[in-house]
Design a binder for this molecule. Sequence first.
Ligand SMILES: Nc1nc2c(c(=O)[nH]1)N[C@H]1C(S)=C(S)[C@@H](COP(=O)(O)OP(=O)(O)OC[C@H]3O[C@@H](n4cnc5c(N)ncnc54)[C@H](O)[C@@H]3O)O[C@H]1N2
Ligand code: MOO
Ligand SMILES: [Mg+2]
Length: 411
Amino acid sequence: MLPAQEAEALILEAVHPLTAESDIEQVELASCRDRVLATPVTSSLDFPHWDNSAMDGYAVRFEDVKGCSAEQPASLNIVEEIPAGYQPRKRVQAGQAARILTGSLMPAGADTIVIQEHTQRHEETVLVLEPPSEPKAFVRHRGAFYKAGNPLLAPGIRLKAPEIAVLAAAQCTKVPVFRRLRVAILSTGDELVSPEQPLQPGQIVDSNQYALAALVAQIGADPLLMGTVRDNPDDLKRAISTATQSADVVLSSGGVSVGEYDYVDRILATLGANIHIRSVAIKPGKPLTFATFPHALYFGLPGNPVSAMVTFWRFVQPAILKKSGLATGWQPTFIRAIALHDLRSNGQRETYVWGTITLSDGMYHFARAGGDHSSGNLINLAGTNALGVMAIGQTQVRAGDSLQVLDLHRG
Ligand SMILES: Nc1nc2c(c(=O)[nH]1)N[C@H]1C(S)=C(S)[C@@H](COP(=O)(O)OP(=O)(O)OC[C@H]3O[C@@H](n4cnc5c(N)ncnc54)[C@H](O)[C@@H]3O)O[C@H]1N2
Ligand code: MOO
Ligand SMILES: [Mg+2]
């Protein structure tokens, strides 16, 4: 049994992110949300594109207003009004000002903005009652935010609202992103039926297929639902072989423990897979298989519903995120929280306790889910958003103690 951290390192080491030209596709700007940028983006535009005003007020020469006060205001003649989108035609000379609105182009001759609140308007004259704090006050200068030709966005970032705003402003209408990974999902077990089938004694519904498909889609990959496979070596061999040829990552659930119908590892071996991991010292999730084929990663997840999801969150999700081309941020998010209940473990494996984190007074608190913490109990996993972690050798956490928590940030 490998310690969890060693298993994680071994898995991430075996994951090679998408890089190839053939893995890049161009998507419309309006459809690029949550995709991973594949190539650097630069712009031929400066940001701001022109010197412009940050405030509604008057464009002036600092020289003309620097000594003014309410008692001795500077009186300036207004030569022009510059609303947004208008190209100024007049040069501001000594004793003159231009009326200007936020975002509008600075007129030639002016170097400073006086905000409207510091002025009094009398028809075509403006009195400046308070000098600007410094020359160039409230002027946004061309290129101050970004100079044309420099790197604008780096590859490997997830495109969210701020990055999409940058792409739009840079007129990048077709966005180069990595293709979505294909993740094949198959469930193994003679006892499994689909949700619409009537249940006979001994049968249960294949819930893992749906849970895993949701988890895969939630991190931006495409789930391929391959259905259920009987505990029969020939069927299983055919299904695994097909899955590894049609996907980047294959997830099976069930059939990885020590029973005589647990065929997955044996079949992986006969198909020539390189089996790196057969079990990990975590609870739930001990019988986790990780193997590699030349063009696919294979995770044989345990069949118990909670074990399948815990091993997904702890090991599969970081691997898929790394493989998808993300440059950072694929590691699981562990935070510190105060336990609201006593937690127990036999200390033999790293133990994951499901529950809920809430933030109050700037501190996270972890409440253990009520009910049975069996890895077969999918009922009380619903509504949780975090896993409390107890290290190997740690047999209890007392209410009020701080503990490490895996944040599942399920939104
Ligand atoms: N003698 C031992 N027995 C077991 C060990 C062990 O070390 N020695 N490990 C236990 C642990 S831990 C786990 S976890 C399970 C893992 O078993 P498998 O991965 O082989 O899975 P199955 O035996 O096929 O099924 C286990 C359990 O999960 C249910 N299941 C399976 N697939 C699904 C599905 N798609 N949807 C919902 N539920 C599913 C299945 O009906 C079983 O109840 O092994 C322990 N045994
Ligand atoms: O993975 Mo098992 O009990 O550790 O569910
Ligand atoms: Mg089994």
